[in-house]
Design a protein around this ligand. Structure first.
Ligand SMILES: C[S@@+](CC[C@H](N)C(=O)[O-])C[C@H]1O[C@@H](n2cnc3c(N)ncnc32)[C@H](O)[C@@H]1O
Length: 163
């Protein structure tokens, strides 16, 4: 059996995520929101104190990676959208902790049971197609007593941002 942090040799059985317009938009918008909208500080707060092996679902362009504390020994990050995944792979090279980026969705994790100390979901639980399945998968790969750190948003007041 392949070690848990390497990509599955066979193509994933989970449905792909193909949102090229969203990916272009998010790659720009998210960087600006981090710097000017204060999201960077919230990411640091979300990840503070984590340690050991961490799984991050829907990592986008990898904006969390810079904020993982030194106690994290490995991050396995999943990003099914190809453009965002390429950006996440670039961000992984600059990360202070080791990050492996995989193409899988949260609903079908190619990872061993009870093999992670924490899971991170930022701005993604509102996006996954099958939330109960994704949460069940996270529960499966987390060891007993592990943490799920999540960060979500409400509906924006302005119609443009809400859309
Ligand atoms: C709003 S972005 C958030 C990205 C990143 N987590 C962040 O904090 O900036 C949502 C991400 O979830 C990904 N995504 C969509 N469906 C998914 C699924 N079923 N499993 C995992 N990730 C998914 C998208 O490709 C996108 O990168």
């Amino acid at each position: 059996m392949a070690p848990p942090h390497t990509p599955s040799p066979a193509p994933s059985a989970s449905p792909g995520v193909h949102h090229p317009l969203f990916a272009r938009f998010y790659a720009r918008f998210s960087v600006s929101a981090d710097a000017k909208g204060g999201l960077g500080a919230l990411r640091a707060e979300l990840l503070a104190g984590l340690s050991g092996r961490v799984i991050e679902i829907g990592a986008g362009n990898g904006l969390n990676f810079a904020h993982y504390p030194a106690g994290v020994t490995e991050v396995v990050a999943l990003e099914p959208e190809s453009r965002l995944r390429r950006l996440a792979q670039e961000a992984a090279l600059r990360s202070p902790v080791p990050v492996t980026v995989l193409p899988d969705t949260a609903e079908a994790l190619p990872l061993e049971d009870a093999s992670f100390d924490a899971a991170v979901a930022s701005l993604v639980l509102c996006t996954v197609r099958n939330l109960p399945q994704a949460l069940a998968e996270l529960h499966r790969v987390l060891r007993p007593g592990a943490e799920l750190r999540f960060f979500e948003h409400g509906l924006a007041d302005s119609p443009g941002l809400a859309r």
